[in-house]
Design a protein. Structure first.
Length: 167
């Protein structure tokens, strides 16, 4: 997670037994291009990774959350292309999957410092967009976000899933 990994993980400890960020039993990461087709790639990466970790039974919920987090990053956090600006050296969005004995964390890093905005409860839920974080909240065991520090710019939005112990 870069230089701010343990700070980003601090909110994951709230209400749960302590975890050691260095004790991640497995982790995987992939860079995603600033195109909406990247959501399909993120789902494919998630399916492959969960299969290796023998967590296939959690794919539907985790993939839905990954799709929402990546879509939000692409829609709200990635600047529009500018022909005059040089292409970024860092990928626009990065997906991280981290596995502990009883937890799985999906984290999406993007270049924006702005925190994710949730829909107000009195807004129209029949609208075609704006329900992403509601879905993340509904399908995960918790979620949050944290600004990056040090040489990294942007933020990480994460979702936590409780999972069974590995075989």
């Amino acid at each position: 997670m870069g230089t701010n990994g343990s700070t980003m993980l601090e909110p994951l400890r709230q209400g749960l037994p302590p975890i050691d960020p260095a004790a991640v039993s497995s982790s995987a990461s992939c860079a995603l291009p600033a195109r909406y087709e990247a959501v399909r790639g993120a789902r494919r990466f998630t399916r492959t990774t969960l299969g290796k970790w023998e967590l296939d039974d959690r794919f539907d919920d985790v993939a839905l959350v990954v799709s929402e987090l990546v879509t939000n990053a692409l829609r709200h956090a990635v600047p529009a292309p500018d022909a005059a600006r040089e292409p970024a050296q860092e990928p626009a969005v990065r997906l991280h999957l981290m596995r502990w004995t009883s937890r799985l964390v999906c984290a999406v890093r993007d270049p924006s410092q702005d925190g994710p905005a949730t829909r107000e409860t009195d807004e129209d839920f029949s609208a075609e967009s704006g329900r992403g974080l509601f879905l993340v909240d509904s399908f995960s065991d918790g979620w949050g976000w944290h600004p990056l520090a040090g040489s990294l710019h942007g933020k990480v939005v994460w979702a936590l899933f409780r999972v069974g112990k590995p075989a």
